[in-house]
Design a protein around this ligand. Structure first.
Ligand code: SME
Length: 137
């Protein structure tokens, strides 16, 4: 629908804004639950295209957040066993769940080429971004 196109464009703008203004945000994307399936689907992103547009619940950092409902900060991706690599340049990752009416419906996922760059301030900021985004969905 036209409504969904507009939301997708806004989501892409949010990704681009974050990627272009925060130097250690090198890939920014929004994954959402894919209908009633136990999987995530990539809906909007800024940065290099990824092969991982569908991620089963439980798989990788993103899939773990889909079931835990908790922020997941990864200072060193090499130290994770349940991790899906998208780029050889990625050193760290942060995934923050996105709630609508109290339900975990998706997440923002950010990859960094900088080792251990994410702080509590990033978590609080990205929770705020997700709250704002939930209102346009
Ligand atoms: N690294 C993620 C997969 C998505 S890419 O970072 C874009 C994961 O382990 O779930």
């Amino acid at each position: 629908s036209h409504t969904n196109v507009s939301v997708d464009e806004r989501l892409i703008k949010v990704c681009e804004l974050l990627k272009e203004n925060i130097d250690y945000y090198n890939w920014v994307g929004f994954y959402f639950r894919n209908g009633n399936r136990e999987e995530l689907k990539l809906r909007a992103f800024a940065g290099e295209p990824t092969d991982h547009t569908i991620i089963p619940f439980g798989k990788g950092i993103c899939g773990q957040v889909a079931v835990s409902n908790q922020n997941f900060v990864v200072p060193d991706v090499k130290a994770q066993d349940n991790y899906i690599a998208c780029s050889i340049y990625v050193k760290a990752e942060i995934v923050i769940p996105l709630f609508k009416n109290g339900e975990n419906i998706g997440q923002i996922d950010i990859d960094s080429h900088t080792p251990d760059p994410f702080t509590k301030a990033d978590e609080k900021f990205l929770e705020f971004v997700n709250d704002a985004v939930s209102k346009i969905l």
